[in-house]
Design a protein around this ligand. Structure first.
Ligand code: AMP
Length: 587
């Protein structure tokens, strides 16, 4: 498979990056040191508690009055919280749990959108050593109930509106759920069997002595986004914060004076690791926007809030591209200095669009719920090869492997050879279990390797290239085809906004490549466009890889974290059962 030869050279700027020389950093880095670098005296008193490291540490330092979080409400409200305020509020929440006799190891669920209380409850529950699961507030009743049941939810923090709409009717089927704490957002009386969170917080003490927390204590339970099969609950421990901090420093280049905006919802692992824990632990100021995506609103936030580091997702980038090239020109982004993206392959066209719109390329990085933190990245100090995920983080050993029949993994050393992406186990944010599914967890490993389920290749310069999920690969006339390559080629066509590619059983070819394409606004769907796109792809990819069928569609099915669900495109095409659709974005 050909490597896209284009390179975007690293910018020449005065501000040094946190990782100036990737090779030297890889040689020097070790996790033990990264762990010890965190405040050792604090560790002695509180053990390795994530929340202490994220907020309390700053609250007792000259950073106490620094703005930790600026919350922008949907309808124009704004709330600023300093590190000290966030520390006190989360301590109050820890007391609330303690007063309710909710103890270490018990599970607390958060279903409340991006509200300040989400941060307060998440950090407070960690102080009380509970295991926290933030859920997407847009989930319907079924996925909420499934996760509460699978995760043995004992406490739920939600809003009155969400509770009435999504949980109340199912409450009798949730016997383990004992405490529902409501962020009241209407004037009606509290629903039965619930409590008013604000009243409880006001009555609680703002100082809390976190008990010593062993680094291996479970802290977070994240359900994966379910691009394939049923959701799985990945368990992470307090020590994961060592990786959050190190990776945010190196891959996102977060520095003291940054105003940082992570657009991910904490219902997705990105929104917790890099939307709550890492930025707070690094003592930066973060922006939290309650509203859903709106291109104009986002440009305005980037400009008016003087965002300097922005972490977003390819789906958002594509939506901003859809709003046209004039939109960013109406704004000025003098503070913006670094943009990164995660969640899906970032098509080369999107990397380049960053240059056009902001004067900065978009730095793709790769990780997954199970890895808990960024594993492969394009760094500020490194040339970008658009379409590549970059190179492994210092402290992370990645390899391309082939699974053997006996369950072991053979490392493929030849460059540019496709195989499964594997990581040498043992980094701090590696998941420690799939809740209640030991066998499934065990199967993710082959000897020292964690097998990611993604196919990729490494080029001779050490850059990794995403090929596809194991389950999304297409076998056509003996060729193994990754959907991303075909989708990226289609996206190079000026009329194309996004594309999803699947394999469809074919008596002759085994599978034939079929593409579903969403056109840019203004481009008219017609048979001519369809033919033109097929010809365009054939020219770029060759007949063996190019789609044989192409359908123009209005939208592609996506998860709430914005990933195209190829499994579903395929099921719909073939009239097969759709399987678990609980994490799908509303149509
Ligand atoms: P999740 O656990 O929901 O975050 O999904 C993780 C999966 O998303 C990975 O295993 C990849 O298949 C995909 N993914 C995440 N980031 C990237 C990226 N930068 N390039 C390609 N695929 C990605």
């Amino acid at each position: 498979m050909a490597t896209i030869a284009e390179t975007i050279h690293k910018p020449q700027t005065l501000r040094p990056s946190n990782l100036e020389d990737h090779g030297a950093a890889c040689a020097a880095f070790n996790w033990g040191q990264a762990r010890r670098a965190l405040d050792a005296s604090l560790e002695a008193k509180t053990g390795f508690n994530m929340a202490t490291l994220a907020v309390d540490r700053h609250a007792r330092s000259p950073n106490a009055a620094k703005l930790a979080l600026r919350w922008l409400g949907k309808s124009g409200a704004r709330r600023d919280l300093s590190y000290a305020e966030l520390s006190h509020l989360s301590s109050r929440f820890a007391h609330v749990l303690q007063n309710l006799h909710v103890n270490s190891g018990e599970h607390v669920f958060l279903l409340c959108g991006r509200l300040p209380e989400l941060f307060v409850a998440l950090l407070g529950a960690l102080k009380q050593q509970c295991v926290v699961t933030p859920l997407f507030s847009a989930f319907g009743p079924e996925p909420i109930a499934t996760r509460l049941t699978l995760g043995h939810g004992r406490v739920l923090v939600t809003t009155t509106t969400l509770y009435r709409r999504k949980v109340q009717a199912l409450r009798e089927h949730l016997p383990e759920l004992q405490h529902v704490l409501l962020i009241t957002d209407d004037d009606g009386p509290l629903p039965p069997d619930t409590q008013d969170l604000r009243v409880l917080l006001d009555a609680a003490s703002p100082t809390y002595q976190t008990r010593p927390t062993d680094a291996q204590t479970p802290a977070l339970l994240h359900f994966t986004s379910g691009t394939t099969g049923k959701p799985k609950g990945a368990v992470h421990v307090h020590e994961a914060i060592v990786a959050h901090i190190a990776t945010a420093r190196m891959a996102l280049d977060l520095q003291d004076d940054d105003v940082y905006w992570c657009t991910a919802d904490p219902g997705w692992v990105t929104g917790t690791s890099y939307g709550v824990l890492a930025p707070l632990a690094l003592g930066v100021t973060m922006i939290v926007d309650e509203a859903d995506f709106d291109a104009e609103r986002w440009y305005t936030i980037l400009e008016q809030q003087r965002v300097s580091v922005w972490y977003t997702a390819p789906t958002a980038v594509r939506m901003m591209m859809r709003s046209g090239s004039a939109a960013p020109r109406l704004h000025d982004f003098p503070c913006l200095r670094f943009i990164a993206s995660v969640g899906e392959p970032l098509n080369p066209k999107a990397v380049r669009w960053g240059l056009e719109a902001f004067g900065l390329p978009i730095h793709d990085n790769w990780w997954q719920t199970e890895t808990g933190g960024i594993m492969i990245a394009n760094y500020r100090s490194m040339d970008i090869k658009p379409g590549s995920m970059g190179k492994p983080l210092p402290g992370i050993t990645a390899a391309i492997v082939e699974r053997r029949e006996d369950g072991s993994a053979r490392v493929i050393t030849e460059p540019d050879t496709e195989g499964e992406l594997a990581l040498l186990r043992g980094w701090p944010s590696m998941f420690r279990a799939y809740l209640g599914e030991d066998e499934r967890y065990r199967k993710c490993f082959a000897g020292p390797w964690y097998l990611t389920g993604d196919r990729a290749r490494r080029d001779a310069d050490g850059y990794y290239w995403f090929v596809g999920r194991n389950d999304d690969m297409i076998k056509s006339s003996g060729h193994l085809i990754g959907p991303f390559e075909v989708e990226s080629a289609l996206m190079e066509h000026p009329a194309v906004l996004e594309a999803g590619v699947i394999g469809k059983p074919d008596p002759l070819l085994g599978e034939l490549v079929k593409a579903f394409v969403v056109l840019r606004p203004g481009a008219k769907a017609s048979e001519d466009v369809q033919r033109d796109l097929l010809g365009f792809a054939r020219l770029r990819l060759g007949a063996a890889v190019a789609p044989k069928e192409l359908e123009l569609v209005d939208t592609l099915p996506k998860t709430r974290s914005g990933k195209i669900v190829r499994r579903l495109l395929r099921a719909r095409e073939l009239g097969l059962p759709e399987g678990d659709t609980s994490t799908l974005e509303a149509a």
